[in-house]
Design a protein around this ligand. Structure first.
Ligand SMILES: Cc1cc2nc3c(=O)[nH]c(=O)nc-3n(C[C@H](O)[C@H](O)[C@H](O)COP(=O)(O)OP(=O)(O)OC[C@H]3O[C@@H](n4cnc5c(N)ncnc54)[C@H](O)[C@@H]3O)c2cc1C
Length: 389
């Protein structure tokens, strides 16, 4: 029973977001047709309702003293159940602001977090580059100090909210010789001259994303986040915190797929019976429900470990993301199979879910990279290192 990972406030939050999703996102969200407009609309709705407040600390407009992974997971699960775009919108406010929450000065937090929490300003996290995907330490964007300013030059691709965000957290090398230890993080406001949207990239599922160029983009030294050289540490800590929440979004999509499959298998009749009466279909439903439950347990276990400051988080959050996103893909695929031909008709819920679920196995660390993390933690024990567990 996954509720054992929650406090009473989490259960209240779950009821609130479920009621909001039912009223505002179900049945199908037609707003996804216009991705950018829909994203802005969703951000201001989620901000007004107080849901984005869970991405920041109370002192800076947030809901709680400290940001909790379980809140983020609950919100992402329920939003993804209703609309993948609503989940993405919420998730990016968390991803783009968490580095500021983590290491920002009080001045930076007071300036940048409240408008993100209100959904008035969209946030973005710019790490990936054309030659630096999984191998992020090889990034080539440079930040050269000139007096009291930094000059940023380089290309970032696959940046969610590119061209829409008001606040970008950008990772660039201040000392290429130091490689991974020479990367620093910067806050770059959208109106800085030299920050150029090069391309809007169309994906298989609605998602605002594109390519950014930094063409001698000047930012004041006050926009450095943390210390020089701490950039990758900040990026990895952010991704580690949010990893279980990607698993939670996968759980939300998979839960919706199972719901659709159950409903359809009771409605559709073949050979004189409901589909649900065939053992072949029942076995599929049983496998889907079991994998879904296992995924939820891993996700909320990892979130609980984060919130209680327990060890083993790195490995457990990678396991949660890996298993939940892979299981969600299988569950959605089986739900589509149960729908037969209707399942591949454009605009049906399972067709949409089939496209929506795919990116989760790629972004914020692919499944292969999660396996490397899990194995590295396991092998630390055999090489005499201290295993987190
Ligand atoms: C929907 C979406 C949203 C995104 N949003 C953002 C964003 O907001 N900000 C941002 O910075 N980035 C974002 N990204 C980029 C994302 O983080 C990268 O796509 C991801 O890290 C993988 O990098 P890559 O695409 O370059 O693949 P590559 O690193 O080139 O990998 C290609 C394949 O090789 C495998 N591979 C790579 N290295 C190894 C290895 N050592 N062992 C085994 N297999 C390996 C990978 O798992 C993958 O299957 C987004 C991507 C998507 C799809």
């Amino acid at each position: 029973m996954v509720d054992c990972f929650f406090d009473p406030e989490h259960l209240i939050l779950r009821r609130q977001i479920q009621a909001w999703v039912e009223k505002n996102l179900l049945p199908e969200s037609v707003r996804e047709a216009e991705v950018e407009e829909a994203t802005r609309g969703l951000a201001s709705q989620l901000g007004r309702e107080g849901f984005i407040a869970y991405v920041a600390p109370k002192k800076f407009g947030g809901a709680r003293e400290k940001v909790q992974a379980r809140d983020l997971c609950l919100l992402r699960e329920e939003l993804a159940f209703g609309s993948a775009l609503a989940d993405t919108t919420f998730a990016l406010q968390a991803l783009g602001s968490y580095p500021i929450t983590l290491v920002g000065s009080d001045g930076q937090k007071s300036r940048y977090l409240p408008p993100i929490v209100r959904g008035e300003v969209l946030a973005a996290f710019a790490l990936t580059e054309p030659q630096a995907g999984s191998d992020i330490a090889s990034l080539e964007t440079r930040a050269v100090k000139r007096g009291k300013q930094y000059c940023l030059t380089g290309i970032k691709c696959f940046i969610s909210n590119a061209g829409l965000a008001g606040t970008y957290v950008v990772f660039a090398s201040t000392d290429p010789e130091k490689k991974a230890k020479g990367v620093s993080a910067f806050i770059v406001e959208a109106n800085r001259p030299g920050l150029v949207l090069k391309e809007k990239t169309r994906l298989i599922s609605p998602h605002p994303i594109g390519v950014l160029a930094f063409e001698e983009c000047i930012v004041p030294e006050a926009n450095l986040l943390g210390q020089e050289g701490e950039g990758l540490k900040i990026a990895f800590s952010t991704l580690e915190m949010l990893r279980s929440t990607v698993g939670a979004a996968a759980v939300g999509l998979a839960r919706r797929a199972l719901d659709e499959a159950l409903r359809y298998s009771r409605k559709r009749r073949q050979f004189g019976k409901e589909l649900a009466e065939f053992q072949g279909i029942q076995f599929k439903l049983a496998d889907m429900a079991t994998e879904l439950e296992a995924a939820r347990l891993l996700v909320y276990q990892a979130a609980w470990l984060h919130d209680h400051g327990r060890g083993g988080l790195k490995q457990k959050s990678s396991m949660a993301k890996l298993y939940a996103t892979e299981a969600a893909q299988r569950i959605v695929d089986q739900a589509l199979q149960i729908h037969g031909g209707i399942g591949v008709v454009e605009g049906t819920p399972v067709e949409r879910l089939y496209r929506d679920v795919r990116s989760l196995r790629i972004y914020e660390g692919t499944s292969e990279i999660q396996k490397l993390v899990i194995a590295r933690e396991l092998l630390k024990e055999t090489t005499g290192g201290k295993r987190e567990a």
